[in-house]
Design a protein around this ligand. Structure first.
Ligand code: HEC
Length: 175
């Protein structure tokens, strides 16, 4: 048999075997449900698209922070043993920049996204949306970005302007 003929034969045999492969698939996994998909579909856009229903205040956030965050981020988020969450505004261009969510992060909605997705470090995604709104309100208020009594929800949080929003440059604006 010539080489092209042999290739054709192998190809034909493979095609003939395909339905059998499908029938003999290992049958692993189950189709994902919309509810399961929603649990993974967590991303919030800089303009606030994707923020869930719910709301919270700094006062409620303070109580949750003391219980679930302070051990790692210290009182009022001043840092140690882990990241400092408050202050640093106006230091970014200095010789000793202090990068916090308040001084560095360009979008308030990212604070919500990050806390909901990743914190507390030992139990990520254990907080309710109201708790995350409250913690976000508390941290933004400690940073002087919102007032202590401002209620955070999908609408109000999307409107919060972070001090360093203009400090990020899009290198390839056409993309
Ligand atoms: C067990 C320790 C621990 C606990 C508890 C904890 N965190 Fe964190 N947190 C960390 C660590 C470590 C990082 C840095 C993670 C990294 O850079 O990948 C971090 C990062 C963060 C950041 C981002 C800081 C930055 O500038 O990048 C935020 C916001 C935050 N935590 C909020 C919270 C909130 C709110 C809670 C309470 C619900 C919480 N954390 C509880 C350890 C903790």
């Amino acid at each position: 048999m010539s080489t092209p003929e042999r290739a054709l034969l192998v190809g034909t045999l493979l095609l003939a075997a395909l339905p059998a492969f499908a029938a003999e698939s290992p049958q692993l996994g189950t189709p994902i449900t919309p509810a399961e998909m929603a649990a993974w579909d967590l991303s919030i856009q800089p303009d606030g698209r994707g923020l869930p229903a719910g709301s919270g205040t700094a006062a409620a956030g303070k109580a949750i922070f003391v219980e679930k965050c302070q051990a790692c981020h210290n009182e009022e988020g001043k840092g140690q043993p882990f990241d400092r969450l408050v202050g640093g505004q106006g230091t970014l261009a200095s010789a000793a920049p202090v990068k916090t969510i308040g001084s560095f992060w360009p979008y308030a909605s990212t604070v919500f996204d990050y806390i909901r997705r990743a914190m507390p470090l030992v139990a990520p995604q254990s907080l309710t949306n109201d708790e995350v709104y409250s913690l976000t309100a508390y941290l933004l208020s400690l940073n002087g970005i919102i007032k202590e009594r401002d209620v955070m929800n999908a609408k109000t949080l999307a409107k919060v302007k972070m001090p360093n929003q203009g400090g990020f440059i899009i290198k390839y604006p056409e993309k």
